[in-house]
Structure formats: structure tokens, C-alpha cells
Design a protein around this ligand. Sequence first.
Ligand SMILES: [Zn+2]
Ligand SMILES: [Zn+2]
Length: 343
Amino acid sequence: MKAAMLRSGSLEILDLPTPEPGFEEARVRMRSAGVCHSDLHIVRGDWAGVPDTMPVGHEGIGVVEALGPGAERYIDIGDRVILGLGGSGGGYWCGACEHCLSGEPRLCAQSRGIMGTFAEEFCVYARSLVRLPDDVGDEEAPLACGGLTAYGAVKKLFKHQVRPGTTIAIVGAAGGLGHYAIQIAKAFGYTVIGVDVGEEKLKFVESMGADFAVTPDDAPALVAEKTERGVSASLVFAARVVGFQLGLQLLGPGGLFVAVGIPPTSDGPITLQPFEFFVKSPTVIYSAVGNVQDMREVVDLAAAGKLKSHIGRVAKLSELPAVFDELEASRYVGRAVITDLGG
Ligand SMILES: [Zn+2]
Ligand SMILES: [Zn+2]
């Protein structure tokens, strides 16, 4: 079978033997695999501590074709499934530690990620698989990381009692995560101010359902006009620290700040005035990916027609190195999906 592998820092398409599913694992014949920005970081060696030799890809849709011992308790041969869980923590979790039991398996000491969906066949922990209804197409593979990450962030609004009907800001609203967050926040009943740069992106933000689309420069005035004392929550998907700073600025008293993007370290830290803390009493949290229950809820939203991926590029496996170059140069809008893993 064909698979993309990172070997000593270079991306190669190899012919590998068909993998055998281990204990509680299923082998999935992949029908599509999404290209996530974090794959690009891994392939380019941007993150210290991540190996330079490893399988790549962590978003996918496929059909279960073989089961290892014990996997039959979770899934059946022939099931069409979505897999990935954001890559981080989706490959295994113990199920019994304090983090697993509180719904944060990503923090489990035994957790493993999912890596290697750019392959014709892939073995994965069967408990992490979510069955897909027919009305969610193969091109929706990016829901597995991008969609789930946006969903996990918006769901934090409920956890922190930000009431539906209130106005929230989504900073970086036109991006690969932001465009999902707009749709999810609207489905949950929030009024959404989408913040991004440039006329074309603002049009796209409106087309995703945002009530208002605004540039970072105009955002403070719009928030002052549309809310009494600021937004009830800021969700920051921006990859620059200025976006984080803006998100804090737009926040009203008692508001929730949810950080999701990871700006380069060279951008420096966020500045917080302790006096502003006193005045606003904000809640500041980080949100990363989600768990298998969150993934089931994402699939339900997609099946109900309330959540859709914006796909800007479709390619076959042999084109993957070119797709990474294009992603790096921002040559397409939305997410890329590999739909022919043998091609
Ligand atoms: Zn990802
Ligand atoms: Zn655990």
C-alpha cells in the first residue's frame, strides 16, 4: 500500500506492507485525508521535539476492513468512519485515570496521537472511531481535526455559562478553524462578530453566517456599538499575538477568553494589565481539539446540515508535497483534502 512518510525530515511516498491491526485496533481503508496546518509544521520541522521520521496526516474518512482482537466491541467491518480526533491523544487513552474520566483523554499519561492517515490503509484504536452517516461526504475529512478543534472551543462557552443569545467575537474568523467556529456558534444561538483581514475574507466570514464581519482596526468601534460593555466571549484562532491582544480588548466584564491559535514564539507574550483583571474579572482558558464524544456531536451537526467544510483544494497522494508548498504560500482558501490515497 502507498503511504506518505517523513524520513530524516524529507517527505516521501513509499510502498509499505499492509499493517495488521493490534489489540482493540481496526484497519481502515482510507477514502480521504485532510491536510492540516500542523502537518505542515511537522513536515517542515517547525516544532522542537517532534521526530523527523514518522508517518504523517491525522484527519481521515475511510471504511473499516479488518479488526484486531477486542475491536469488535466498538466497530464493525464495513462501517464508514471518521478518525483523527485532532491527532493529539486520539490514538489511545487508558479510560481510567482522572483526566480520561473528566473528558480530557488528551492529558492522559498513556495517551498516544493518531499519525499516518496519508495512506491507503491505516490501523487505529477502535474506540476513537466515529461512524459517519451517508449524508456526510468523504470531502468532510477536515472535520476530524479542524472541525473538532473549533467545536471544542465553542463548547467551552457552555461549560463557562456564556449564555446563547449573547454576542461573541471570533478572531481569525476566515481561517481553517474560524470558518467552522462561526457555523457552530450560530447553531448554538450566539450572535457572532467575525474578525479578519481584507474584504474578500470578510465576505467569506459573512457567507459562513456571521452576523457582523469586521477588520481588527474597526472591531473595537463595532463591539462598542453592538454590545453594552464588550463581548461575552472572545475565541481567538489567529496565528499572531496581535489577535490575542484584540480578543482581550474586546472582552466585556466577566467575559470568557478562549485561546486556540498558537502564534510563533518570536511574536512574544500577551500583555495583561492586572488592573484590567480587577475591572473585567475575565476567565482566560486554552482549548485544544476534543474527545470522541465531541467528535460524535460534530458529526451530528454536519449530518443536520449545520456544519460544512470549506474545501479549497482536492488532490491525490502523489501531489501531497505540492499541496504543502501551496499551503505554505497561502495559494488556496479553506482546507485541502487528499481524495485518492493510491494515486
Ligand atoms: Zn490538525
Ligand atoms: Zn487516562
